[in-house]
Design a protein around this ligand. Structure first.
Ligand code: ZN
Length: 342
């Protein structure tokens, strides 16, 4: 009798594995209960822990090439490892070394991009990138520039999104396409880590279907006093109409944030579209979205500290990016590049 029960259990287990892994793109992208259950693994407690660690005084403002940046790199690598992600397939660890030459005399030491990878089940060669820079300004005149919003906030979101996808994969709902999580160094020195990445990509650039970049999503900007439900979206429609629509649909169906396209205007005088790491991907005709809360009084000041982060809002913004990434990774066709960027 026992044997019989074990056999039935075993068969049921095998059947469940098979059924999970053979869910169609249509099933995987329409099952809102399933998708929401993984989005909700992105939670305030985890986000708070990451923000307060990365932006702690101990990390000394994460200046490119310095001790604090390297401590942050270790922290991120250990997170990816603990979630069961693969790393950089070329080096076997979670780092892409960025040599001194690539840092253009703006750093005294070489630095590192941090990489985590989840292999797709049906189209592993096609890749969705989710990125943030994790470096900041370091210590100046004895003051630590903690960079909590810029960009411990986006970096915390990236690792939480990685964890959510890894949980789904462990349960048999692995993504159809591959997901590549990259935390860039050298952003504050002039987008140098991402420039190095696209020139020395660990995967062919033409296989990157989209790149979602997060830089500052933990605060309420000076243009939006008291608004706890907005997010600026920049670049989504510049190369692909579909990318814009997917992000809009994900928001309408799940997140219900007020998406603001003010800074997406072609003639935006702030030129934010050109000012973070996504631009190095857009240059190569890869559709991008830049998620951003706008600037505020603590922008690039030692007062950009973790106690000022709105953890609840950051968590909801991170979930929107997860929902958009889920659709990009699991939809039937890769998104089309149907526009020429100006
Ligand atoms: Zn930044």
């Amino acid at each position: 009798m026992k044997k019989y029960i074990l056999l039935i259990a075993g068969l049921a287990f095998l059947w469940s594995c098979k059924s999970n892994k053979t869910l169609s793109s249509a099933e995987l992208t329409s099952n809102s209960k399933l998708i929401t259950s993984y989005a909700n693994t992105i939670n305030e407690a985890d986000i708070k822990k990451h923000v307060f660690t990365l932006a702690s005084d101990e990390f000394e403002g994460r200046r490119t090439g310095e001790k604090g940046q390297k401590m942050a790199a270790e922290y991120l690598a250990n997170e990816y490892k603990s979630y069961g992600l693969k790393g950089n397939h070329l080096t076997g660890d979670y780092f892409q070394n960025v040599p001194l030459e690539a840092l253009k005399n703006k750093s005294e030491h070489p630095s590192e991009n941090v990489i985590g990878f989840i292999e797709g089940i049906e189209k592993p060669e096609e890749i969705v990138v989710i990125s943030s820079h994790y470096d900041h300004e370091g210590i100046k005149n004895g003051e630590i520039y903690n960079g909590a919003d810029d960009n411990a906030s986006g970096t915390s979101a990236v690792i939480e999104i990685a964890q959510a996808f890894s949980e789904a994969k462990k349960a048999g709902y692995g993504p159809k396409r591959s997901l590549l999580f990259i935390n860039f160094t050298g952003e504050e020195k002039g987008l140098l880590g991402s420039a190095y990445y696209v020139s020395n990509s660990t995967y062919p650039l033409e296989n990157i279907t989209a790149a979602l970049n997060i830089d500052m999503i933990g605060r309420i900007g000076k243009d939006k006093p008291g608004d706890t439900n907005y997010l600026y979206i920049i670049g989504a429609d510049r190369l692909s109409s579909e990318l814009h629509l997917i992000n809009e649909d994900a928001n309408q169906k799940y997140s219900k944030l007020d998406l603001d396209y003010t800074y997406n205007a072609i003639d935006d005088k702030n030129r934010f579209y050109y000012r973070s790491d996504h631009y190095n991907f857009a240059k190569h005709n890869i559709p991008i979205i830049f998620y951003f809360n706008g600037v505020h009084e603590d922008y690039h000041k030692p007062t950009d500290t973790p106690d000022k982060i709105n953890i609840e809002l950051l968590t909801r913004r991170a979930r929107l990016i997860f929902y958009t990434a889920w659709k990009l990774a699991n939809r039937e066709n890769r998104i089309m590049v149907d526009k020429a960027d100006k």
